[in-house]
Ligand binder design. Structure first.
Ligand SMILES: Cc1cc2nc3c(=O)[nH]c(=O)nc-3n(C[C@H](O)[C@H](O)[C@H](O)COP(=O)(O)O)c2cc1C
Ligand code: SF4
Length: 435
């Protein structure tokens, strides 16, 4: 987990919902959880459960924002034997902390969501996927699962799986491949809901999505829709970092503006130049442009940006957008599965020319080279990894065209001398996905 602090949420907003009780000492305790919520209502008919989730309008909180009811239905309709549920708790985004927060503070809410999702789609196996490298955390999660087993709560067998720490290892087909005994790299075949773990229809959801599902099934779709925007109901967890007074994970209503989310995090700690929205597949926006954009997938898209898994990083005036982007693109070029052309050749080349623009510059030719490399990687891989990196690099050139021109003509800016803002895992923490 990053060093971000866990924070409370907006006063008088009907929140927190997910994070209600997350700060109590017994938040992870099964008995306390059962006293508060009761056991997951597995007596409900699966069809009714799916209908409730569909009516709620819940969308995935792992990045793409796909409607959850539709995904549940597609797994049921794939209909080839019992299904499998995979909870994605990998949190591959270095600037995000929400999934680890949920799993450490409220594991039984996530496990209830897995249990109910398994009931809905007729699954007899389920996995919680986390990064390896923290055996105490993994063992503790296994104890949570075992306590539920002893109490007879779940009908599905839940296992905790530890995967290599690598950005692409958390993509859904990588999870499936790993759980089938292969390397944690994306596959090129059918999607998990058609053919996933063991060839069975597989439901993959982010852990936050499953925690929302656990509450919706208990409290109803109207309750869920009472918060948020009409076409983007409910609340979401955002991880706010960078130049704000109280960086942390917050639960906010969907549709809150970027600026208000920053204010929930204590407001700017110094003048803010840019906001990175959506993490390292995300987009840079000038602060004054970002401030009024509502946190929904459609509003973000309309603004040319990406909501992703709710990551917002405020970059201070004193920092360098191009330098930060070059660091991240270099990191992302080292985090691929190395199985498609754009990742083997394209991303390292993009990292190279972008670094030249940011850190050397002064030759008035690098911008064109960066733009050419972006086009050479965009939409050319088997998964979205190169597209996400291309979008990030393109947004830096588009939103900060004047900065790019100055670097290209006159060389690096003074901001490069400052401490970097965007978090990157140390090289020693990263792993080969093929192991
Ligand atoms: C390279 C790559 C990395 C990803 N990393 C994550 C991740 O760390 N956590 C996550 O929940 N989804 C991640 N996703 C999205 C998953 O593939 C999948 O869509 C998601 O887990 C589905 O959950 P949701 O429907 O609840 O959003 C990633 C996708 C890509 C292309
Ligand atoms: S595009 Fe890159 S990350 Fe995606 S499957 Fe191909 S090599 Fe792997």
């Amino acid at each position: 987990m990053t060093s971000l602090e866990v924070r409370r949420t907006l006063p008088a907003s009907g929140l927190p919902r997910l994070l209600d009780g997350a700060w109590s000492d017994s938040s992870a305790d099964l008995e306390a959880h059962l006293r508060k919520h009761g056991p997951p209502p597995l007596r409900l008919r699966p069809a009714d459960l799916i209908e409730t989730v569909e009516r709620s309008g819940l969308t995935g909180r792992g990045g793409a924002g796909f409607p959850v009811g539709r995904k549940l239905r597609s797994v049921v309709e794939a209909g080839r034997g019992p299904a499998v549920v995979v909870a994605n708790g990998m949190e591959g985004e270095p600037a995000s902390s929400k999934d680890r927060l949920l799993l450490t503070r409220l594991p039984h809410l996530v496990l209830d969501g897995i249990s109910l999702a398994a009931h809905a789609v007729g699954a007899d196996r389920a996995f919680v996927c986390i990064h390896r490298g923290d055996p105490e955390y993994a063992d503790w999660l296994r104890e949570c699962v075992a306590a539920r087993r002893a109490a007879g709560i779940d009908r599905v067998a839940i296992e905790v799986a530890e995967l290599p720490r690598r950005y692409v290892a958390s993509e859904q087909s990588s999870l499936v491949r790993f759980l089938d005994g292969g390397p944690a790299v994306p596959t090129f075949g059918p999607r998990p809901h058609e053919r996933g773990v063991g060839g069975r229809p597989t439901l993959v959801h982010n852990v936050e999505t499953l925690a929302h599902l656990a509450l919706i099934v208990r409290r109803g779709d109207n309750w869920f829709r009472a918060v948020g925007a009409p076409r983007a109901p409910g609340s979401m967890l955002v991880t706010v970092g960078g130049a704000v007074n109280r960086p942390g994970v917050y639960e906010v209503p969907m549709g809150l503006s970027v600026g208000n989310a920053m204010m929930v995090a204590g407001g700017p700690a110094e003048p803010v130049k840019a906001v990175l929205c959506g993490g390292y597949f995300g987009t840079w926006m000038a602060a004054e442009v970002a401030w009024n954009v509502p946190l929904t997938h459609s509003d973000m898209r309309r603004a040319g940006a990406f909501l992703g898994a709710g990551i917002l990083v405020a970059l201070p005036e004193s920092a360098c957008v191009l330098g930060e982007t070059a660091r991240v693109v270099r990191y992302m070029s080292e985090e691929t599965a190395g199985q498609c052309g754009p990742c083997v050749f394209g991303l390292p080349a993009l990292a190279e020319v972008l670094s030249e623009l940011a850190f050397t510059g002064g030759r008035a030719r690098a911008i064109q080279q960066v733009r050419r490399q972006i086009e050479l990687v965009d939409r050319r891989g088997a998964c979205r990894h190169p597209d996400g990196v291309a979008a990030l690099a393109r947004s830096a050139l588009d939103a900060f065209a004047d900065d790019a021109l100055e670097h290209d003509r006159f060389g690096p800016c003074i901001g490069l001398r400052r401490r970097p803002v965007l978090p990157l895992p140390a090289r020693s923490e990263r792993e080969e996905v093929r192991r």
